[in-house]
Write a protein that binds this ligand. Sequence first.
Ligand SMILES: [Zn+2]
Length: 492
Amino acid sequence: MTSSNHQIPIAYLTRFSTPLRNSIQILIFPSDILYEGDMAISYKQLSLIVNGSTEYRKAAKPRYKERKGDLKDNERPKRQAYLDQNYPATIWKNGVPFMFHESLNPIAKAAILKAIHFWYRETCIEFRPRTFQKEYLLFIGNDDGCWSTVGRDASQGKQVVSIGDGCEHFGVTSHELAHALGVFHEQSRFDRDESVTFNPRVVEKDLLFNFAKVLVVNWHAENNVFQISPRQMSTYGLPYDIGSVMHYTPTEFSNFPSIPTLTAIDTNLQQTMGQLEGPSFVDVHIMNQHYQCQDKCETQAPCQNGGFTNSRNCKVCKCPTGFGGAYCQLIAPSFSPFCGGILNAEETARRFDITIRQSTTTRSKSCVYHIKAPEGKKIIVNIVKIDSRCIEGCYQDGLEMKMKKDFRPVGYRFCCPESSRRKIVSESNLVPFIVYSRENDFSVSFEYSFVSPNAGFDDEKASNSVIIDNSDGVLASDTPILLQKLGFQRHL
Ligand SMILES: [Zn+2]
């Protein structure tokens, strides 16, 4: 960061008299940047935050954290915008011409192609290798870090996306490409304080702007006022998703490796934050909205459980994780026929043990269960034991349980031993429960039962038993508590 830039008081932000372009402006709430009343940020920073066209990429001091894939988290770009003043000129309505610079290594190219293929498949956005187009994305590999412009910026022509050293990972390339397509960081949402608490005390003052919230508002030049956009304030009415690939990790920009800058208000979501696996369902939904993909279908499919019409096949839906079938009315398929399915909760607790092993050739394995209870009941899940590698974001091996009524955001994810002995009550009578393993073996034991909405916990009785075993590297058993106590448990 340079300190020689012209300094202007942050208060100017709310009265920025010359909107950067024409009708829509991004507003930064001063209080989010100012935790002490005298702070000013540089004009350069301000324009980077406000004009939505460039990510500020060298703000952080180098701070390397060990992560799979050698990701250096200071290299993740730091801001974004859904709708800016030029929308819809900021989206690639006529497709995205792209080119690879010779500096990209084959691994980076493969990771970029995977991201392109992903965003093509999951949206109505078209991509094509650039031929003669004046405006295009140029992926480069010889600059520091991973960064991108936010949205299409015709003024650049050749619009660079940097996939530098350490960025050659789908979680990063899909994130950068999402920026280039027009999406900003999740924790920049104006409503983020309902979901996460920001601790400014562990962040250096001149980096605080990275945690600014942004609002997209209409600028009415004729009467010199800002007005909040009627477009649901640019979040398209979608819920905050702490498991978005556009969300910072909990310790992003923290001066102390063990003290988070961002803490989930719902503590069960803390380990969901900062995943680098790839875009979440809500990330995909936002992109579809941003590109108005629903308009490609004359009629919308009757999607259930939060799904939306697939613009590449209007007869079927895109489904939240854990759901499948044409209309998201079913359980999503599991990797093996020997796991997944419905677990019927009863008043007496049942114990379920599952181990997924990485001894076979399939790498990415997930088993999807729906824990169901009678109408009007709620489900209690008690995590008894987790055996897994514990990483921020739990995106390699772990479990995800969706305890809320809204199945769209990523649910509670756990992969750390200290997550055990945790009893959680659902909001509805259906809990999608997903166990996944991508890198290492994973085991979890949990108990489940149902309660009437106001009842207390009571998990001391028994019922029938199901045992599954097979050669796909998955061992699962669904056991009444009584049998388990008598020593019939067959593994773990
Ligand atoms: Zn970013």
